[in-house]
Design a protein around this ligand. Structure first.
Ligand code: PLP
Length: 404
């Protein structure tokens, strides 16, 4: 995705053409960016030969899941709905792991009936429930146990998951008790130790710490885990300033770690696979000046892209046409929803915008459409997949009449 002369291109297609043809707001994905991300991820960890389970929560579009499946990836799901979507997209049940702190009995039964690779459990109560169901079905169910390693991922507090105050996983002491319990169960197979310390991680050091904790815990467990699931969390460069996670160092640390154990590594990446593959096209409805600032009121809102309102996350905003003029305007980009948090970004040095101009909100492929809602009775945006000079609608714009 780049400018060619003044036009913003997604692969070979002008973003403006898409905005005019399909209206705004509109999500646009680049197929080749997705392919690149997957290939780079695989290459970076090739010495480890991991099972890569795409975190479906980051993007649930069926067509994209199907494309991801064609690259050999499995899925990490957190609800029966995501599990159904992954299966419908053709992902083999033997490449699916089920995470989450609150799986219901119905969800557990469904996962067992589909014979998925692993249910990654997060509490004693959940383990008892799976055992009860497995016993009633006269089955042996393969599970993992998620460790809370009490490791600070040094990311936004709202997306940190590996500290002891977070609800995820069990602490070291509990884990050792649970390992002993599961090993003695006739209906449970203890296959995996899992961990996921947070999201949008840009520093490899928390991962190194996490591996050290895992190392210590595995020794205490005295159990050969077939799988060590390291979760996802690899961050991307939202600000466009080349702040990147040093994946090489992370891979080296894993290599050193895994040499000691005969376990297969599982990853659950979401953002690093899909985050930078998409942009959200939007139109300026009004420009409103007050004594303090100029508001650019867009037709995209927090219901379309929730991350800024939810986490204070920042997504770069660019003009759809770059003009040869001074970029010296200061703008606050907001949506039309009746909430003060319906605000995307403050930007200095933007080129002058006019009402009805289009803009591009960057890096919205992960937790963009999947977090969208109908708040304020707003229909959800369409999703378009672009490959070379071709484009295809992979999710239609919701119709207002279907909402009403
Ligand atoms: N695995 C688990 C258990 C998660 O909770 C998440 C995200 O919250 C992920 C994987 C994916 O994380 P990311 O998109 O940051 O790679």
């Amino acid at each position: 995705m780049k400018y060619s002369k003044e036009n913003f291109l997604i692969e070979n297609v002008r973003a403006e053409e898409i905005a005019k043809k399909f209206g705004t707001p509109c999500y646009c994905y680049s197929f080749n960016k997705l392919k690149d991300n997957i290939n780079k991820f695989k290459k970076n960890f090739s010495s480890i030969n991991p099972l890569i389970c795409f975190a479906v929560k980051s993007n649930t579009n069926s067509k994209l899941l199907n494309e991801i499946k064609k690259f050999g990836l499995g899925a990490d799901v957190v609800s029966v709905g995501e599990l159904m979507k992954a299966l419908k997209a053709g992902i083999s049940s033997k490449k699916i792991v089920f995470s989450g702190v609150g799986k219901t009995s119905e969800e557990i039964k469904y996962a067992i009936s589909k014979d998925i690779l692993l249910i990654n459990t997060e509490s004693q109560s959940e383990i008892f429930e799976i055992e009860r169901i497995a016993k009633s079905l006269k089955k042996k169910v393969n599970i993992g146990i998620r460790l809370n390693p009490n490791t600070d991922a040094k990311t936004l507090s709202q997306i940190s998951t590996g500290k002891k105050e977070n609800k995820f996983g069990v602490d070291e002491k509990k884990l050792i008790d649970l390992v002993a319990y599961v090993k003695s169960s006739r209906n449970l197979g203890l296959k995996c130790l899992s961990v996921h310390i947070g999201s949008q991680i840009l520093n490899h050091k928390p991962y190194e710490k996490m591996l050290k904790v895992l190392d210590r815990v595995i020794k205490k467990c005295d159990h050969n885990f077939d799988y060590i699931d390291l979760g996802g969390g690899m961050g991307i460069d939202y600000e466009g300033v080349n702040k990147k996670l040093n994946l090489k160092k992370y891979a080296q640390a894993i290599q050193k770690f895994v040499k000691k154990y005969n376990s297969k590594i599982i990853f659950e990446p979401g953002r690093s696979i899909i985050g930078n593959t998409a942009v959200l096209l939007s139109k300026v409805i009004y420009i409103k000046k007050n004594s303090q600032k100029d508001f650019i009121i867009l037709d995209a809102a927090m219901n379309d892209l929730m991350r800024p309102a939810l986490y204070g996350a920042k997504h770069r905003i660019l003009p759809i046409k770059k003009l040869k003029q001074k970029a010296n305007k200061s703008y606050e980009f907001v949506g039309p929803i009746c909430e003060s948090t319906d605000k995307f970004l403050n930007v200095n040095n933007f080129q002058k915008l006019n009402e009805k101009d289009f803009v591009i909100i960057c890096d919205v492929g992960a937790y963009g459409m999947s977090l969208s809602s109908n708040y304020n009775m707003r229909p959800k945006a369409p999703e378009i997949l672009i490959q070379g000079s071709k484009f295809k609608v992979i999710n239609k714009r919701q119709k207002l009449k279907d909402l009403i």
